[in-house]
Design a protein around this ligand. Sequence first.
Ligand code: S5P
Length: 255
Amino acid sequence: MRYRDRAQLMPNPTAKRLAELMDNKQSNLCVSLDVTTSAEFLDIAAKVGPEICLLKTHIDTLEDFNDDFVLELLRLSGEHRFLVFEDRKFSDIGNTVRLQYEKGIHHIADWADITNAFITPGPAVIAGLKEIGLPRHRGLLLIAELSSAGSLATGDYTNTAYQWGNDNADFVIGYIGKGNQQIPESMLTITPGVNLDSTGDNLGQQYQTPAEAIAGGTDIIIVGRGVYTADDPASAAKLYRQAAWSAYQDRERLN
Ligand code: S5P
């Protein structure tokens, strides 16, 4: 099914907004800006903003984080129409993740449309985050699989992530993973480990191409270094966007 038709099946307002935005903007590209200064982050975000549906942050890698950064990030997300995904990978007891999501220096729940979590602590990790996120209409992605070599997120772990996600479909909007036929059309699959020029790095990352990722059943590709280390991040983002969008069009035509 097309993103815009699937949007109608999504109970979570952020998921619905994202799927509609992807269809309107014709982008299924998420750029991950894993840089360490606000200036570099905001400079690249402004350049790639027109090409993306989602911008992924690792807010704790910024050395000069402050509230002005958040204001500028939200301004860019409005100007260029993309959502913000803080890749926090929460993984603790319900009470602790609740505090980490809402409090601390970063106040993630105040500005991130989407965040994510491991299910290793048990279902209370979802319940704790939901207490904070649901009233703010936020969305959660569960990590079902990882792109790194030797990952333990396989088999029963992966299947349980799908089950707990589907049981919490008001708040869980989908999965980080490679995609799976069992995932309902109302859930999004988002895939990292995508690069056109490399098959991996020397720290366990494993890459596939945008076309491989989309053909494998994902909805959104995440590209980090393929875009932000390019000489021209705007052109690189355009290239990944076109590759992922045309793979999506091919897939829909095939179905
Ligand atoms: O399995 C995963 C899950 C994530 S969210 N593998 C990943 O690489 N990621 C994240 O995606 C990772 O933390 C990084 O921010 C991004 C990939 O970056 P790249 O530079 O390798 O494209």
